[in-house]
Write a protein that binds this ligand. Structure first.
Ligand code: UFG
Length: 332
């Protein structure tokens, strides 16, 4: 089976490509390298000892996408390409709508043209907004709180409409919680640009001396220690989740939505403490005000993914914080 991975050079994409190749899928990547580097392609080949095809370009380039489908005989698509920085999306909403939605529409148009109707779409747990209760189930109400999550929510709607118009489609929408960690080879991992936005990138920045200190955004939440609570999942587990989803959409048509998390809840302080203990390094931090728009706590109910995808995360916090640091040490 030949899989097109959009955004395949990115953090989640590169790990997903490794899983696919290791399970004997053929892989074609399209990536515009706006937030990733081309050498990731060689790194994936080194890790897996397998070959893959890489197209540098933007998904909004209809001619290019058409050419890929014409040349490659694609069986299914894993659509990960997306801008994803919440704060940037608030400042540049048009950029986010154009980039994330236009690219998806082009992709779906060309997939339809070539009768390729198997799709995995990477959505985000952020579309649950401030959840009414915890843990979060897939049938909870959805509520975008920023332009980035709006793009994910709109695309989920587009995919529902698409399936309603043609029941031959097989679509799995994966709602990611907070991916951290890296591949055990430490060749691929997360490469945030400039000042990182997310917690783990910031922590490794401080640990490797690139950043002075971490701001902990708020210690007055109604959580175990007052700091924000999230469901962190190892990126390799997330990649395995994609593999399970491919297996499912191969067997049956339909559209369904899955939380990909661990179901475990960790506060910011718990993450810092685990990072310090496992990696034997001190993280300098100060408590600051809440970050505007932040949600107090969210973590997944993973029952649906377990029952329907046969997916369960296996990697714990120790492995996550160790792998995040080991990758950063070798690549900063
Ligand atoms: N945090 C800090 N200091 C920082 C960065 C984050 O204290 O420098 C705290 C936040 O306040 C929050 C927790 O760490 O309590 C996690 O924050 P992240 O920014 O790492 O992650 P979010 O859950 O806020 O959002 C992330 C991505 C979204 C994605 C979502 C769910 O930014 O794009 O996870 O997958 F949708």
């Amino acid at each position: 089976m030949k899989i097109l991975v959009t955004g395949g050079c990115g953090f989640i994409g590169s790990h997903t490509c490794c899983e696919l190749l290791e399970h004997n899928y053929e892989v074609v990547i399209i990536d515009n390298l706006s937030h990733s580097q081309e050498d990731v392609v060689d790194k994936i080949k080194t890790i897996t000892n397998k070959n893959l095809k890489f197209y540098k370009g933007d998904l909004r380039d209809k001619e290019l996408v058409d050419k890929i489908f014409r040349q490659e005989n694609i069986d299914a698509v894993i659509h990960l390409a997306s801008l994803k920085v919440v704060s940037e999306s608030v400042k540049k909403p048009i950029l986010y709508y154009q980039n994330n939605i236009e690219s998806t529409l082009t992709l779906l148009e060309i997939m339809t043209k070539y009768k390729c109707k198997k799709l995995i779409f990477s959505s985000s747990a952020t579309i649950y907004g401030n959840p009414e209760k915890l843990p979060i189930k897939e049938n909870f109400s959805l509520h975008a709180t920023n332009p980035y999550s709006s793009t994910k929510l709109y695309i989920e709607g587009i995919l529902k409409d698409l399936y309603n118009s043609d029941n031959e489609w097989a679509i799995a929408v994966l709602r990611f919680f907070n991916p951290i960690g890296s591949h055990k080879s430490y060749l691929i991992g997360e490469n945030p640009q400039d000042i990182p936005d997310n917690l783990m990138s910031y922590i490794v920045g401080v640990a490797t001396g690139k950043l002075d200190l971490l701001n902990v955004f708020g210690d007055d939440y109604n959580t175990k220690d007052g700091t924000g609570v999230r469901d962190y999942i190892h990126v390799v587990d997330l990649a395995v989740g994609h593999l399970k989803a491919i297996e499912l959409i191969n067997q049956t048509s339909g559209i369904d939505f899955y939380n990909l998390g661990t179901g475990n809840e960790y506060s910011v302080l718990e993450i810092i403490n685990a990072f310090e203990k496992v990696n034997n390094v001190k993280i300098k931090y100060i408590m600051t005000a809440r970050r505007p728009g932040d949600i107090e706590a969210f973590y997944a109910d993973c029952t649906h993914a377990k029952e329907k995808l046969n997916f369960e995360a296996t990697k714990g916090l120790e492995e996550m914080v160790r792998d995040s640091y080991e990758y950063a040490k070798r690549n900063s």
